[in-house]
Design a protein around this ligand. Structure first.
Ligand SMILES: [Zn+2]
Length: 242
């Protein structure tokens, strides 16, 4: 795990100059991964919470936190129990701060400028099995992450004045057949969609689902196309990606 920590150039990740201190990240993660007791875990946690992954005084989260999620999950799995608890607390803070951050976006393999809350949530879901067995705190973290749904379009066909999009839904759609506002990401741009309706929900644990998207042409949904909740990106409604 130490190699994985050192493999990241933390100083290359963006963050506000006065608060993001990348030198804290590798030192803090290494200290947390090798902590053998409560005091060491707490010291490592302070490094990471005071300008490493988050800045707890200002309630900010940095893109480094998204990169660090798999490392924190590995600490939950393999580290000292006190280090695991600290890692879970950091994940919880990061997601809570991110949910109130309307402007920070991060590049991911599936879209170029994902709201930081959704990018974090997606990586947290990657540790679902582990978190399910990590007590109430793990369960709470997963439940919070599931509110940041993601829909990957695999195929789209015309229907009425819009389209049906078939694909995979991760996370939890808000309330059955309710119509929600979404943000549609395709390479080079993100556009707001006023209405997305869950036409067929996932069944039996499979992510396959279908959305009805009034007013959207199927051509505009050719893969790779990914949808996120619009409420996670209020500042960017209508904005084009750089
Ligand atoms: Zn989100």
């Amino acid at each position: 795990m130490l190699n994985a920590i050192d493999a990241v150039d933390w100083s290359a990740l963006p963050g506000p100059a006065l608060r993001y201190e990348p030198e804290r990240v590798a030192v803090g993660l290494r200290a947390l991964a090798t902590a053998t007791g409560l005091v060491q875990a707490a010291d490592a946690g302070s490094l990471l919470a005071g300008g490493g992954l988050v800045h707890d005084h200002s309630g900010e989260v940095f893109p480094a936190a998204v990169t660090a999620v798999p490392l924190l999950l590995a600490i939950v799995r393999h580290g000292h129990p006190a280090a695991g608890a600290t890692a879970l607390g950091l994940l919880d803070d990061a997601l809570a701060f991110a949910t109130h951050d309307a402007s920070t976006r991060v590049a991911t393999p599936y879209a170029e400028a994902v709201p930081i809350c959704c990018a974090l949530a997606d990586r947290v879901r990657g540790g679902a099995g582990l978190l399910d067995s990590s007590g109430p705190e793990g369960g709470r973290l997963l439940a919070d992450a599931d509110g940041h749904w993601r829909f990957d379009v695999e195929e789209a066909v015309a229907e009425g004045d819009g389209a049906l999009a078939f694909g995979a839904l991760a996370g939890r759609w808000p309330g059955g057949g309710t119509s929600v506002a979404a943000e549609l990401h395709r390479p080079g741009r993100a556009v707001p969609l006023v209405q997305a309706v869950l036409h067929h929900p996932p069944e039996d644990g499979h992510p396959d689902a279908c959305l009805r998207l009034p007013g959207v042409l199927p051509d505009g949904l050719a893969p790779p196309a990914v949808l996120f909740p619009a409420r996670c990106a209020p500042a960017a409604a209508g904005a084009r990606q750089p």
